[in-house]
Design a binder for this molecule. Structure first.
Ligand SMILES: C[S@@+](CC[C@H](N)C(=O)[O-])C[C@H]1O[C@@H](n2cnc3c(N)ncnc32)[C@H](O)[C@@H]1O
Length: 370
């Protein structure tokens, strides 16, 4: 909900307007506070704003400029900031986030107080700001396009939130794929492995048991954090490095890795040829590459439901092989491994084994650099 009111509840003339946005959730105020505090930090970071805790006061920074100073941080109750929305002239507002309980629910409310002073004394300009910057984004956020994107990002394309953390800490239904990849890769202690789109780091954890060293990249802050927790010992022992970044622009020097892997990622990448080129570039001569992805037959099944299904790219075998060759691999072949035994080994419940009975759902691209 978004509102713009003066203290009598009317849409204001420019001065003193309070902008409010709120939601009711069936959580206790303490639970709501904890979720909000966790998620706002990542969401702000994705928008180029950081919460700086280094000094005596918590601050919100944007490109090195202090935008907000935390005045109150009361778990389960409220957070308030002195907010500085302008660098070009002195102007402040009070940003207050409250967590208030009523009838078993908690109302989480974000209020910009004194916003009319910031935008100016012209009521139409203030309403214009509210319409363009608050109301239109809310309408867009609740449209099928944007909501479908949000759900897809949230669960798979850029996983975020407590539920995704639970899933990717140990993604049961991905273990059959992990076993098939490890079988083909046959890792040795002298290998230096790259994983692109490492999610919560479960594959890395298993791969590192071979004695190899590894690096990984993912564009989800939440997943980089989780993969780091999952592999704390390997990170501490300098056997692993995990970086926040994009598959289309790998931050590694040429010829750094002996092998590379990508699983459950390819379908989400907007320019896979560019990613394949990047992977070829960072592989040593003779380097191996294995990519696991779902085939067209998977679209719309419980393994690839809507709204993610129509946002995923599915490829024919020939397309994948051709793309790999165009990216510079000399050998490229798609296999369709049978994963039923791997699914049993992973502990997939009997009732779901049907998802692994045929080979048609899985495509395993195996490629090699000259
Ligand atoms: C479906 S999850 C799979 C995670 C893990 N590989 C697994 O199988 O459990 C897809 C992962 O790829 C990451 N990803 C998607 N597109 C990416 C991109 N362009 N660059 C880096 N990571 C990406 C997501 O953030 C997410 O962690």
């Amino acid at each position: 909900m978004g509102e713009l009111k003066d203290k009598d509840g009317d849409i204001t003339g420019g001065v003193g307007g309070t902008v409010t946005s709120s939601v009711d959730v069936s959580l206790t105020p303490k639970e709501a506070f904890d979720v909000f505090a966790d998620e706002i930090e990542l969401a702000l970071a994705d928008r180029g704003m950081q919460i700086d805790r280094t000094g005596a006061e918590k601050k919100v920074m944007q490109r090195g400029v202090e935008v907000g100073t935390v005045k109150e941080w009361k778990p389960g109750e409220r957070i308030s900031f002195l907010w500085r929305p302008k660098t070009w002239e002195p102007a402040t507002s009070e940003l207050v986030i409250t967590f208030s309980q009523h009838e078993g629910e908690t109302t989480v409310s974000v209020e910009q107080r004194g916003w009319g002073h910031v935008v100016g004394s012209d009521a139409k300009e203030l309403l214009g700001w509210f319409t363009g910057e608050m109301a239109a984004p809310l309408l867009q956020a609740s449209s099928p396009d944007r909501l479908g994107d949000w759900i897809t990002d949230r669960i798979a394309r850029r996983p975020t939130g407590a539920r995704s953390k639970d899933v990717y800490r140990n993604p049961l239904y991905h273990w059959p794929n992990f076993y098939a990849i490890l079988d083909v890769l046959a890792l040795r202690p002298e290998d230096h492995l790259l994983e692109v789109g490492c999610g919560g780091g479960a594959f890395l954890h298993e791969a590192l048991k071979s004695g190899c060293t590894a690096e990984a990249i993912d564009h989800s802050r939440e997943m980089v954090r989780l993969a780091s927790e999952t592999n704390r010992a390997s990170l501490a022992g300098s056997r692993l490095k995990i970086t926040l970044g994009d598959a289309g622009s790998l931050p590694y020097e040429d010829g750094k890795f002996t092998c590379a892997v990508m699983t459950g990622v390819l379908g989400f990448i907007p320019d896979p040829l560019q990613s394949f080129k990047e992977i070829t570039r960072v592989l040593k001569s003779g380097g191996r590459f294995v990519a696991f992805t779902g085939s067209k037959e998977m679209k719309g099944t419980p393994a690839a439901p809507e709204p993610a299904a129509s946002r995923l790219h599915f490829y024919e075998n020939g397309e994948l092989e051709d793309m790999a060759r165009r990216a510079g691999f000399v050998y490229a072949k798609v296999e369709h491994p049978m994963l039923l035994e791997e699914a049993r080994k992973a502990g997939v419940p009997e009732s779901d084994l049907v998802m692994f009975k045929g080979a048609a759902f899985s495509q395993l691209l195996v490629a090699r650099k000259a």
